[in-house]
Structures are given as structure tokens and as C-alpha cells.
Ligand binder design. Structure first.
Ligand code: SF4
Ligand code: SF4
Length: 353
């Protein structure tokens, strides 16, 4: 007699992922991901990786808010790497447990670029789109995934499994406040935030200061330089940056946290960032005017690539319905009852003779 595989359902997988240390977890159906690639010209779909995958378990790891309260971006750059390490370990352990239970499973690289795709950082799967399909959030104005819990201050990864699991439903309302907020646009030092889109090359100038294209440009200049200039370049800050990027990842990606830091979505923002990030020093009248123009364009019903019939699926087809305001009210209520609980023992002490 052939031993049957133990039954594992979606709730069990989620409980286990959380117990291992994931902050959020959702499940997307591989069939849905195959049917709706983010850009059909360059399909980032599970079937291009494995013909057997039935479900993708999507894990979210939050970036601690404390790092966004610092004077420079360096603490975020370092903690990003720690978050990724933790997330990979959690995902690996879960994949191993599923496989031990009889269901072939593996983890994809959370941060990778497939050279054959568009000439920018596009992986074999788009983790933010995985997150939307798994019901964990929706894309914002700057097309980061915004989770209601932690806004865009998250990393995501996917476990591809041959186990059929019940998929979560995507959130249909827009989590991003939208054009009337535009804080990500105001903060962006590279003017890379488009209308529910991003100029990846512009973003890379800040977010990948010592990334691949900077290395290429450096060596192009190096090859043509004189001997004296070559010696100078070899001892420059850029070479140190490349070395540090190889060693610690710092500088090679995720270098600019500004659009993450200022986004008011998420209880972590209300709890720890609202004071430190209220003012946006990079805000200019031109940026404010651009946000206003985006708002007017949407109100007129103009054709907007990021909000067309295909892409609105990931932005939230119902539009913004006040999720951030609702959460803020709920957060304040919880804070108030927590404060009351703290005060009660003090009052009880005061009443004692
Ligand atoms: S990461 Fe920085 S440069 Fe890139 S879109 Fe966000 S704010 Fe702009
Ligand atoms: S900062 Fe505002 S506009 Fe930008 S993603 Fe967050 S909620 Fe949306």
C-alpha cells in the first residue's frame, strides 16, 4: 500500500510561516499568476520556472521603522540586508518542511535580475505582484506594494510549491491614498515617481549608487583613461563603494529609502514615523504641481498606463475608499485603550494607603 501524503491546508501553512518568523503570509494560485503576468511581453510567471508549481506562498518581512528615523540612509541600507537574510531563512525552512511532508517546494530569489528581461531590475517573478495576488496589499503611486500593516516598508519572497492550497483573494480597494497624497513623489530625489509607475533608470541613480550600471560606466571610463588617471580612479570612493556593495550589499541596491519612509500607510508609520517624516525636505513647488496634474488627469478620465484595464488589477480596481483613515482611527483607539491599561495600575497604586 502506498502511504498517503499528510494533508496540509492553507491555514496550517500560514500558521507555520508565522511561527517561523514571517510577519505576513498569503497564498497565490500559480494558475492565476500564469494568466496575469505584470507585463505580458515579459511574462514573470511561475510556469517559466517550473511546470509543476500549483501555489506560491508569499512571505512578507517588515523593515523595522527605527531605521527610517535616522539622520542618513545608511541604517536602512544595512538593515535591509538583515531583513532579507531573515526572510530567506524563514522561507527556506518552510519549503523544507513542505517537501519533507511530500510536496516538492523551493524558494525563489527575493532580489534577482534576469538579464534576458527588460534592461532594468526585473526578476523571474515580480514579488510585489505576487504579494497583490496573495491578498497582502496593492501597488502605490510609486508601484511599491503597500501592505495595510506596514505600508511599503517590507520585503517579500515566494515559495513555489506543488501543493494545491486555497488562494487568498486580492484586496480590491486601493490601499494607496493616491494623487491627493503624492508624498512619495514629493520625496523622490530622482523624480522617478510616475503616475502609478516608476522610471527605473532614474530611480537606480539614487537606489543603486554602486549598482551594475555604475560599475559599467566606471570601467568604460577606466579603459580610456591615462595611466595617471587610472591610478587615481583605482583609489577612488567609487571602487570602495563597489567593494562594499560586493561584501555587504550596501550601495548596490535599496540605497534610497525616501519613498518608503514618507508613505503614511501602515500602523508602523502612525506609531513611529509620523513625527520624524512629517516634513519632506525634498518637496518643491514643481513636484506639488506634478501631483496635482496627476490628480486632475485621473479625474478627467485620461488614459493612464498604470491604471489601464490590465494594470488596475494590482492598484485596486475599486479606487481609494479610505482604508488609511479607517486604520488610523482603529490605531488611535487601540493606543487609547493601551494607555488606559497602563494608567489603571498607577491609579490603583495611588489609591492605596
Ligand atoms: S527609491 Fe528613492 S529614487 Fe527610487 S522612487 Fe523611491 S524615492 Fe525615488
Ligand atoms: S506616499 Fe501616498 S501616494 Fe505615495 S504610495 Fe504612499 S499613500 Fe500612495
Amino acid at each position: 500500500m502506498i502511504a498517503s501524503k499528510p494533508t496540509i491546508d492553507a491555514a496550517t501553512v500560514k500558521r507555520r510561516a508565522k511561527a517561523l518568523g514571517a510577519d505576513l503570509v498569503g497564498i497565490a494560485s500559480a494558475a492565476t499568476l500564469n494568466a496575469f503576468p505584470p507585463d505580458p511581453r515579459w511574462p514573470q510567471t511561475p510556469d517559466r520556472i517550473s511546470p509543476y508549481c500549483k501555489s506560491v506562498i508569499v512571505l512578507v518581512q517588515r523593515i523595522p521603522a527605527g531605521a527610517f528615523r535616522c539622520k542618513t540612509n545608511v541604517p536602512v541600507q544595512y538593515i535591509d540586508m538583515l531583513v532579507l537574510r531573515k526572510m530567506d531563512k524563514v522561507a527556506y525552512a518552510l519549503a523544507e518542511e513542505l517537501e519533507d511532508a511530500g510536496h516538492p517546494s523551493f524558494v525563489t530569489a527575493a532580489q534577482e535580475t534576469d538579464w534576458n528581461y527588460k534592461r532594468a531590475s526585473y526578476g523571474r517573478l515580480s514579488t510585489r505582484h505576487l504579494g497583490v495576488e496573495a491578498g497582502l496589499g496593492t501597488l502605490g503611486l510609486e508601484v511599491n506594494i503597500l501592505t495595510p500593516e506596514f505600508g511599503p516598508r517590507v520585503y517579500l519572497t515566494g515559495i513555489l510549491t506543488e501543493l494545491e492550497l486555497e488562494a487568498d483573494r486580492p484586496i480590491t480597494e486601493q490601499v494607496c491614498i493616491g494623487e491627493s497624497c503624492s508624498r512619495c513623489l514629493h520625496s523622490c530625489p530622482a523624480d522617478a515617481v510616475l503616475h502609478f509607475g516608476i522610471d527605473k533608470r532614474a530611480c537606480a541613480t539614487e537606489a543603486q549608487e554602486f549598482g551594475f550600471s555604475t560599475i559599467l560606466q566606471f570601467f568604460e571610463r577606466f579603459i580610456d583613461a591615462s595611466q595617471t588617471k587610472k591610478a587615481e580612479m583605482a583609489a577612488s570612493r567609487e571602487v570602495f563603494g563597489f567593494w562594499q556593495g560586493l561584501l555587504r550589499v550596501v550601495g548596490s541596491f535599496g540605497d534610497c529609502p525616501r519613498c518608503l519612509a514618507v508613505c503614511p500607510v501602515g500602523n508602523d508609520y502612525h506609531a513611529h514615523l509620523a513625527d520624524a517624516q512629517k516634513a519632506i525636505p525634498e518637496k518643491t513647488p514643481a513636484k506639488v504641481a506634478l501631483g496635482k496634474a496627476y490628480k486632475e488627469s485621473r479625474a478627467r478620465g485620461d488614459e493612464i498606463a498604470g491604471l489601464n484595464d490590465w494594470n488596475s488589477r494590482w492598484v485596486g480596481p475599486e479606487g481609494y475608499k479610505g482604508i488609511v483613515a479607517r486604520q488610523l482611527q482603529e490605531f488611535k483607539k487601540q493606543q487609547a485603550s493601551r494607555d488606559e491599561r497602563k494608567i489603571e495600575p498607577v491609579l490603583a497604586d495611588e489609591g492605596r494607603d
